[in-house]
Design a binder for this molecule. Sequence first.
Ligand code: ADP
Ligand code: MG
Length: 440
Amino acid sequence: LWHHCLRQLESELPEQQFNTWIRPLQAVEEGRVLRLLAPNRFVVDWVNANVAQRISELVEPLSSPPGLSIIVEVGSRIVASPISSTPVAPKGFTREPPSVLGSRLNPDFTFTNFVEGKSNQLARAAAHQVAENPGRAYNPLFIYGGVGLGKTHLMHAVGNVIRGRSDRARVAYVHSERFVSDMVKALQHNTINDFKAAYRSLDALLIDDIQFFANKDRSQEEFFHTFNALFEGQQQIILTCDRYPKEVDGLEERLKSRFGWGLTVAIEPPELETCVAILMSKAAGSGIELPEEVAFFIAKRIRSNVRELEGALRRVVANSQFTGRPITMDFVKEALRDLLALQDRLVTIDNIQKTVAEYYKIRVADLLSKRRSRSIARPRQLAMALAKELTSHSLPEIGDAFGGRDHTTVMHACRVIKELRESQTRTNEDYQNLLRTLAG
Ligand code: ADP
Ligand code: MG
């Protein structure tokens, strides 16, 4: 099997690559597992990154029954010496537990290039402590928050620090969907013991987006045991989720309660200043000069998450490089025109609440609360009026989104704001400012 694969790779790869990375591999076929032993971690990483996929493709049609797991790890075939019966590994090649395929850390996600702001300060600090003191600071560390806010980035940053301190450290990053599918495969192919062993031998296990465990009972069961084993061994566990763990439906209680044993921290959507800082930092990172005015413009218009900010910046940069035009305000407006138009149609109640809360320096929770003090009630009415104006939601829907209020309350709010805008320049100004922020 491996022979065939080798011949094929030899014909596909440049000779030097093949000699450096592939030739040193030793293959061990153990039941449904093809183990590739590499002399060091560099080789493991390179193989995982560059040819693991191809190897799978090559061996898959030849394995019967189909479905062979491939594990690339540091090690050397242990040869029983004829003199003593104790197996000895060649000097320098200590056996490290397997690096599970697909569990690579992204070296681009570091603490250094993670821009800190109020919205992510807590999560960042917690992650940093965990990186400094894995298994002992907070276990598990549970980071939750909306999409594109930096959860995965922080998680990798921790992994990179741990790995950077010792390349012996066994850190695995696994998306929870991947965990599920690997487990299913392992069950089918009777390699569940390898699967278990691989996970339990880790120094740190990073599982991303655990909301995907919802309603997957067998996976939850398996993960429960993995969790316990790691926890007892003081091996670090880091988890992320798109919402607060208790709010994930279809997740076993015993898991939810364990997730709270360590520290649970939220990442919030970044404030305007943080968005600007992120844009400036990403631009600087790619050697591009971004006028602050332009950064503010982009940040103001694209607030929902960092991933979209990055996308917009990439677009601007690509456009500017392609046309050779400098990045000015006019240029950016043009380059992002369709994106911004799309964004405008995407004004959500959520967004309105956030923007209004920020504008008045109160919390979104206040807007949804029962509090009636003027300093809260007025912004709440304004936000409702904006929601009516800018979204296509019905009055009852808007009422619902504001802490379950009645549609007559929303109607009343719209009327009050209309009158106030006519009688008070202050209210009208606030309204206009918010409108501009929200819809450009
Ligand atoms: P999530 O996992 O929460 O959906 P990611 O971690 O994938 O989000 O982040 C999306 C993108 O935004 C990534 O490219 C990440 O590097 C970037 N990003 C998010 N937050 C920050 C930050 N505070 N500083 C720098 N980049 C960030
Ligand atoms: Mg993520």
